[in-house]
Design a protein around this ligand. Structure first.
Ligand SMILES: [Zn+2]
Length: 405
């Protein structure tokens, strides 16, 4: 039976650290010196501490690592065996002492964080640890960050915070929070390791697994989608057709529109079902009509709740669009990276094996400088959108730069 760390692809060093920490945490719970006497957490000698940050590029498995570590902390054997109830319920997302924060919008608000910190301070019902996993801790609002900082500075004795962020750059995580945390850096897993796990765990045919792992550029979740979802493959094909379609100014604007609209459609499909279900549940909970005393006040309250929901859903849709567009830009960057490495005759495998011939033609025509300029145009577009430039404007500027070279 694979243990809870089995899905962490190509991260031997991080897994080693986490296994040791889980064993140390287990020793704290069983040991003769209790937490109250100051043995740990927070004691560096114990190998365990109360606040962690998992960093790494998207798809490297930050949240997978955090969840696996949470399971190991709740594991009856302190190892993350993968089979005991503690491991099992944590991995299934139903453990009473593990709280998972997955921000749906562009940021995590202070209200959500305060409620979480409050609950995290309670005594663990399972007798082990209260674990709080915060995915995308870089999306904390400043106020939410401050609420979290207070908890991390004065941690309840049995509470462990696991944060996930792209990096420990101050843009991603505040310096004060970072200073209280131990950092577990994850690396971009090598394509071989990704292909191996797709084949072993998901039953993907080895050649498809190798292709998907390379095309996903180290993003495990993306590799799995490419290997298994024909729609995801179709969207990728459309993106990779862009370089061939850039034959003039008009074509560049058309390509920009197509890219934006495809991202919107993909995002809409991904949130539509949840949106409708949430709306129906809220309307049922609020009840319809009502004429008695206080009905007018209740209706005002209901309108407020519906507005709230709509705001949350809009924020989630915006994020889904940005994520979809970013995936497309990463694919496109991979194509120009291939052209660049071919122009340089660098002995590295292409990202997109299926468009290698087109990238080679581009390399002949553009030479290394032209390929590099185009790659930079794609990366600049990503950075501009990250800095809140309107996506359509950024993408149009990119397409023009790709066409002109
Ligand atoms: Zn276990």
């Amino acid at each position: 039976m694979p243990d809870v760390f089995a899905d962490l692809v190509g991260q031997d060093e991080a897994v080693d650290t986490l296994r040791r920490a889980a064993a140390a945490a287990n020793a704290v719970l069983r040991g003769p010196t209790s937490v109250e006497e100051g043995a740990a957490p927070g004691d560096p000698g114990a190998g365990m501490t109360h606040a962690w940050i998992f960093t790494g590029p998207p798809g490297s498995g930050r949240s997978v690592a955090a969840r696996a570590f949470a399971a190991a902390l709740q594991c009856a054997y302190g190892t993350g065996c993968g089979t005991c109830p503690g491991c099992h319920t944590t991995m299934a997302g139903t453990h009473a002492d593990v709280r998972l924060v997955v921000p749906e919008g562009l940021s995590i608000g202070v209200g959500e964080m305060r409620a979480l910190v409050l609950r995290a301070a309670s005594t663990p019902s399972g007798g082990r640890w209260q674990v709080v996993v915060i995915e995308d801790a870089d999306r904390l609002t400043e106020a939410a960050g401050n609420a979290l900082l207070k908890a991390v500075e004065e941690p309840p004795p049995r509470t462990v915070f696991l944060l996930c962020a792209p990096s420990i750059h101050p843009d991603d995580i505040s310096v004060t929070i970072r200073s209280r945390c131990r950092v577990v850096p994850l690396r971009q897993p090598p394509p071989d390791a990704v292909a191996e796990v797709l084949a072993r765990r998901d039953g993907v045919a080895p050649d498809v697994a190798r292709w998907a792992a390379a095309a996903a550029q180290g993003h495990v979740g993306r590799a799995r989608r490419l290997a298994r979802d024909p729609e995801a493959r179709k969207r990728r094909d459309a993106v990779l057709a862009v370089p061939r379609r850039l034959t003039g100014v008009g074509a560049a604007f058309d390509a920009a529109s197509a890219l934006i609209e495809a991202a919107e459609a993909e995002a809409e499909a991904s949130v539509a079902e949840t949106d409708a279900a949430e709306r129906a549940a809220l309307e049922t909970a609020l009840g319809a009509g009502g004429t008695g005393r206080g009905a007018a006040g209740a209706m005002r309250g209901a309108a407020g709740q519906i507005k709230d929901l709509e705001r949350r859903q809009k924020s989630r849709a915006t994020r889904a669009q940005r994520d979809a567009l970013d995936r497309a830009l990463v694919d496109l960057a991979g194509f120009y990276r291939d052209a660049l490495t071919m122009a340089l005759r660098a002995p590295v495998a292409p990202v997109h094996t299926d468009t290698a011939a087109i990238a080679e033609a581009g390399a002949q025509k553009w030479h290394a400088e032209g390929a590099l300029r185009r790659l930079e145009a794609v990366l600049e577009c990503r950075a501009a959108i990250e800095a809140n430039v309107k996506p359509r404007i950024a993408v149009e500027a990119m397409m023009l730069a790709l066409w002109k070279g």
